[in-house]
Design a protein around this ligand. Structure first.
Ligand SMILES: Cc1ncc(C[n+]2csc(CCOP(=O)(O)OP(=O)(O)O)c2C)c(N)n1
Ligand SMILES: [Mg+2]
Length: 410
């Protein structure tokens, strides 16, 4: 009891700073296949351990093992691989387009492709995601046209959102992708509310909420858990723990709770952790949670353990706050390489076919980019009209906006 009367303020510190040696010894990785798969109506009190473990399917040899394996056919896995590769190529091209001044801003998914691509395949048409900016895989895996995404990024004359949203903040009702809000954590309360409304109107569509590790510190996250647990809302509560919130390491938002999944336990919500770089594990856990929601068993909280390999956005430089080689030391590997190796090991894929697919995908993405650029980019070509700014928000435009529109002469 030293310093009696002297209060101390605690600020969690990351294990390592730039220039140091990356250290993930604090991330305990259970063996693939070692976590049991309970029935979906399991008593949450009996699976509390799952909030502290990591569900994994793909082992180091690329085999799919354990009770969460075996849900997807080779064709479905090959399709999943193609989606992840497409997202990665899309990201690389759009990152470059930002550096060329064709858009003001871009955000990549590098290393996190499995999370949104595999999750989408567990949903049915009509289900609604409330995504953040790092789930474009939900659109790619659902067949949303890349050209429309690029038009939005370029804010050009064919931008479906007519230049009124930040680049990468897509919106598609048909593809179950609710308009992205830049105000993080609002996705949680909105998803829970949407899910409750779906149940109140005796519908069969469920919702999925999305949040990053850092944003779980927002009070909206906790408020959403209160409503989701009390009313057993048909919702999947996704937390993407990519270790970083811009320059803030995950320990700040996690605090003393041990894991982000453990946050759900105090609310009596079944809470699982999954290897976010394992396409098969992500899909299997998502399916389990989606089935629970659809069977009126209430919410499930899923923490995807992954790593943000790239910068937070095109406005960020991670070398200022983490060692350059940190992503190489990340113990859960790369989602694309792991699924590729699995399919090769099964005899369903080969290095040659992979190289060929990379070339085909690049060609498809470049063709989409050419088409989008024919409609304009940030500083060249067609733009949405000023008039568009006033449309599509109010059913009846309030007088002050009508006046502004008149002043703008549109
Ligand atoms: C309510 C709110 N606060 C702050 C920001 C600014 N901001 C944008 S992204 C970000 C980091 C979010 O990190 P995380 O939740 O871990 O998601 P990630 O970017 O890693 O996917 C912050 C603080 C914001 N958009 N909204
Ligand atoms: Mg994060």
């Amino acid at each position: 009891m030293a310093d009696a009367g002297m209060l101390r303020f605690h600020v969690p510190e990351p294990e390592v700073r730039p220039g140091g040696t990356p250290d993930f010894s604090n991330v305990t990785i259970p063996k693939a296949g070692s976590v049991p798969r309970p029935e979906i109506d399991v008593d949450p009190r009996t699976i509390r351990d799952m909030a502290f473990s990591i569900i994994r399917v793909l082992n180091r040899a690329g085999e799919a093992v354990g009770p969460w394996a075996g849900l997807l056919s080779d064709e479905e896995l090959l399709e999943g691989l193609r989606h992840m590769m497409t997202l990665r190529t899309f990201d690389a091209r759009m990152q470059m387009a930002q550096r060329q001044g064709k858009t003001s801003f871009y955000m990549q998914h590098l290393g996190e492709e499995a999370v949104s691509c595999a999750f989408r395949k567990a949903l049915k048409p009509g289900d609604m995601n409330f995504p953040t900016y790092r789930q474009a895989g939900l659109l790619i895996a659902d067949g949303y046209p890349m050209v429309s995404m690029m038009n939005q990024i370029y804010s050009n004359e064919a931008d479906p959102l007519k230049g009124r949203q930040l680049p990468v903040m897509y919106s598609s009702k048909e593809h179950g992708f609710f308009s992205i809000s830049g105000n993080l954590a609002t996705q949680y309360i909105q998803a829970v509310g949407w899910a409750m409304a779906s149940a109140i109107s005796n519908d069969s569509r469920i919702a999925a909420a999305w949040i990053g590790d850092g944003s779980t510190a927002e009070s909206d996250f906790h408020a959403a858990l209160v409503f989701a647990s009390t009313y057993k809302a048909p919702v999947v509560l996704n937390v993407v723990n990519n270790q970083w919130a811009i320059s803030t390491f995950q320990g700040i938002a996690r605090g003393g709770s041990g894991t982000f999944a453990a946050r759900g336990l105090g609310f009596g919500i079944p809470s699982l952790r999954v290897d976010g770089n394992d396409y098969l594990a992500v899909h299997a856990v998502a399916k389990w949670a989606v089935e629970r929601a659809r069977a009126n068993l209430g919410p499930t909280l899923v923490e995807y353990v992954t790593y943000r390999v790239g910068a937070h956005s095109t406005s960020d430089d991670p070398s200022a706050y983490r060692p350059k080689a940190e992503s190489d030391a990340w113990p859960l590997g790369d989602p694309v390489i792991r699924l590729k190796n699995h399919l090769i090991q099964k005899g369903a894929w080969s290095e040659d076919r992979h190289t060929q697919a990379e070339a085909e995908i690049l060609e498809t993405v470049i063709a989409a980019q050419k088409e989008a650029e024919s409609h304009g980019t940030l500083h060249a070509g067609g733009k949405p009209s000023t008039r568009d700014m006033f449309e599509g928000v109010y059913a009846e435009m309030p007088p002050h906006l009508r006046r502004q529109r008149q002043q703008a002469g549109v």
